[in-house]
Design a protein around this ligand. Structure first.
Ligand code: MEV
Length: 430
């Protein structure tokens, strides 16, 4: 029941999802006391139409623009690529440009992929003879393959479909479970819909064959049958010599030994990875979940990258991680900016996209470790951050640059300082 009082408007808005975008804005404006300018701001959806936004998710009232930058200098598998990156964080795009510039003359990045298989899990409980049930399921491999492949004839036609079956007996707090894993090649799709449909179709049959009860039918984001790999050798002369190389190696050793540092180290890698995943309309959370689960696969959380010195003393970096991204389906195919980003990237397959993203993650890590091991990250970070602070303080137009310079020179990039300096600047300019 709707219950609105003057002091506390109610969030119970029956049929909100049935309203049009404009009507929803009105309802939200009434709830939150938005003025006309704020309503107009929400109604301006920029280069994503309100109509399309309303089809992508529920209860749409607007869009959120994130800057789209282009990382230059990337050479991947001998081919030059411009990399679209969607991120709100300063220095992320510059980091990739810098790492790529320092690797360019050495040949750039070499990439590969383990395959395009996704995993779907089916949870079975209530079987006292779990080992027996495991074999019963494995014996049905041909039936399971046929049922899976029936779900998606188009996937089959383009060379994808069922590839393998794994069944595990899993001791849990709630008793022993039998977990069936369908391994499915989803080609250029990220594949969540394809494998979830298959799992839901197979589930009841597993219950029937074993006498147990199935519950969850869902993909695993630990997509370890879809590992993207990238490696790169940075020539010693290009990175600034042995001390820089050894600093990067030591930073890597720290991250790989310590989860507190590894979380930050990997966060930096994901700065690059998630920015390309987002720019291309892919699922950032799926890739992030897969990456962090993979980083913990050895029983402790470690680095997603690996760094070492080559025989000739150059710096070799590599990365390997699950990369469940696609070119078909969802926002990738519908969002006009994502489509454009894919065109700029020039990738023809999901595999090419995944490999490119892995290279970006490695580049990002190189720049972060180099900065941390040499000058620290604040120097590079502060120039753009100072501009953000200047804008927060109310600087407009040319004032933004002027004020940012003052803050950097003073080494005091703070809002209170920015507000005071802005007043001084305006007073000086009359
Ligand atoms: C900041 O967003 C990312 C870094 O902290 C990554 C790192 O520490 O390796 C600079």
């Amino acid at each position: 029941m709707e219950n609105t009082t003057a002091s506390a408007p109610s969030s119970r808005i029956g049929g909100f999802h049935k309203l049009g975008v404009a009507e929803r804005i009105e309802r939200v404006a009434a709830f939150a006391g938005l003025d006309e300018a704020e309503r107009q701001h929400l109604a301006d959806t920029g280069n994503l139409s309100a109509e399309l936004a309303d089809r992508l998710i529920e209860n749409v009232v607007g869009t959120l623009n994130i800057p789209l930058g282009i990382a230059t200098n990337m050479k991947i598998d001998g081919r030059d690529r411009l990399i679209p990156m969607a991120t709100e964080e300063s220095s992320v795009v510059a980091a990739v440009c810098n790492a790529a510039r320092q690797s360019y003359d050495g040949g750039g990045f070499v990439t590969s992929m383990s395959g395009a298989c996704m995993i779907a899990q089916i949870q079975l409980t209530g079987v006292p003879d779990a080992e027996n049930a495991r074999l019963q399921i494995l014996e049905r491999r041909a039936d399971i393959q046929a049922l899976c492949d029936e779900c998606d004839p188009i996937l089959l036609k383009i060379g994808g479909g069922f590839r393998d079956l794994e069944v595990r007996v899993l001791p849990t707090r709630g008793g022993v479970m039998v977990i069936t894993q369908l391994i499915v090649d989803t080609r250029d799709a990220m594949g969540a819909n394809a494998v979830n449909t298959m799992a839901e179709k197979i589930g009841p049959r597993i219950a029937e064959w074993t006498g147990g009860k199935t519950h969850l039918h869902i993909l695993s984001n630990l997509a370890d049958r879809r590992l993207a790999r990238a490696r790169c050798v940075w020539p010693l002369a290009a990175i600034g010599g042995e001390a820089v190389r050894d600093g990067i190696l030591s930073a890597y050793h720290f991250a790989d030994a310590d989860p507190y540092r590894a979380a930050t180290h990997n966060k930096g890698i994901m700065n690059g990875i998630s920015a390309v995943v987002l720019a291309t309309g892919n699922d950032t959370r799926a890739v992030e979940a897969g990456a962090h689960a993979w980083a913990a696969r050895r029983g402790h959380y470690g680095s997603l990258t690996h760094w070492e010195a080559t025989a000739s003393g150059d710096l070799a970096g590599s990365i390997e991680l699950p990369m469940a991204v696609g070119l078909v389906g969802g926002a990738t195919k519908l969002h006009p900016t994502a489509k454009l980003a894919l065109k700029v990237l020039g990738v023809q397959t999901a595999e090419e996209l995944a490999r490119t993203i892995a290279a970006v993650g490695l580049a990002q890590n190189f720049s972060a470790l180099k900065a941390l091991a040499t000058t620290g990250i604040q120097r590079g970070h502060m120039a753009l951050h100072a501009q953000n602070i200047a804008m927060m303080a109310g600087a407009l137009g040319d004032e933004v640059q002027q004020l940012a310079r003052v803050l950097v020179d003073k080494r005091l990039v703070r809002l209170d300082v920015a507000e005071a300096e802005l007043q001084r600047l305006r007073a000086a300019q009359g």
